[in-house]
Design a protein around this ligand. Sequence first.
Ligand SMILES: Nc1ncnc2c1ncn2[C@@H]1O[C@H](COP(=O)(O)OP(=O)(O)OP(=O)(O)O)[C@@H](O)[C@H]1O
Length: 471
Amino acid sequence: MATDSWALAVDEQEAAAESLSNLHLKEEKIKPDTNGNLKTNVISFKDRAAQSLLNKLIRSNLVDNTNQVEVLQRDPNSPLYSVKSFEELRLKPQLLQGVYAMGFNRPSKIQENALPLMLAEPPQNLIAQSQSGTGKTAAFVLAMLSQVEPANKYPQCLCLSPTYELALQTGKVIEQMGKFYPELKLAYAVRGNKLERGQKISEQIVIGTPGTVLDWCSKLKFIDPKKIKVFVLDEADVMIATQGHQDQSIRIQRMLPRNCQMLLFSATFEDSVWKFAQKVVPDPNVIKLKREEETLDTIKQYYVLCSSRDEKFQALCNLYGAITIAQAMIFCHTRKTASWLAAELSKEGHQVALLSGEMMVEQRAAVIERFREGKEKVLVTTNVCARGIDVEQVSVVINFDLPVDKDGNPDNETYLHRIGRTGRFGKRGLAVNMVDSKHSMNILNRIQEHFNKKIERLDTDDLDEIEKIAN
Ligand SMILES: Nc1ncnc2c1ncn2[C@@H]1O[C@H](COP(=O)(O)OP(=O)(O)OP(=O)(O)O)[C@@H](O)[C@H]1O
């Protein structure tokens, strides 16, 4: 696939403007409504899409996963077929070359089961759920490239992505994996990619956002939907966060021929995603990869009693004075506290990175990358930025503020995610919670009760005690 053959005639300025506004991830402020109730702090479409893009940008390889795969076959009588090598799939030679050129040696867990189903004859429909980074994109790209006939100069594979940026990321994977097909071309159906009315496009694969793809299939007739052989709906959980996308996706699906293969992928499977998936994919096979259980067993948890923000800062300095901390992540409740803390720590001579909700996704990815490389030793962040970040060297996690949900109750899930950053892969980690009021003591007690794990008190004025816990 030649790079110059790529039909990305996007109006650059418009796209860039859309990108800036779309990815400006905002932390929603919790404000009481007229009745004094706290407003729901829903994760918005923008947040989900930005988080997904961030994960893709910072991920360097497959997410480690040792968990069970559940397969629900449409025909329960057919034998379960899984592959341990790409050769077993009998891929076309150009495609096998593409796979190896990407550095893949063997299929990932989800690919072991999904690929034989997707590449079966006749092709099977599939709904697959598996956490981000487990190889879903690569799997459906392989399915599309296996079915496409480059000699036929019309769209045969259609892939829906929630945003322009996510479409581009998937496009890059198609480009890399399909590079040994010289005739293959890809078109981006995204806002700003203006084509002549009445024109039919010759690219064999089209990837785009639902609104534009719908226009291209119906109003503008650039694509003949009846000729589509593979339809992929990626990131279904992000997609359904906007009502419009759901309706548009379903309308596109209805234009496709009955024998078109339908594939849907999602990182999570709430009820709403599942309902949507069933509308889009008739007679599906279903594959789920269970999430790796995070536990707190290998993490020593402490709390420090303070009476103000300044005291919390002092306690933090005492900790740093007493023990050697390879890398630490410090969580604050608001952006303002995070900026203040980062500035104070810098004044003390620490190399600090600040991850803030007002940064764009690309900037955040760069900060995380630097932290991963060890260029900074402390990462100060608010919760919204830090989901899913894996940094192996992080030995200490500090909750400068305890995690609370929209109603001010303890957010146990977030606590687990934050603390889980330190004790990965069986390593022992240290977590320190700063408590500065009766209210936060109450939150801490409820977190202890929830996990049924004692959080010990630590006196940060007692250097001997701190040294003991570090060993
Ligand atoms: N079989 C494989 N062997 C080695 N690396 C792989 C394999 N499959 C995928 N990868 C790599 O692992 C990373 C994650 O894969 P991929 O993007 O397909 O995951 P994903 O589940 O689609 O994630 P997301 O939900 O964020 O889109 C990528 O860097 C990809 O190149």
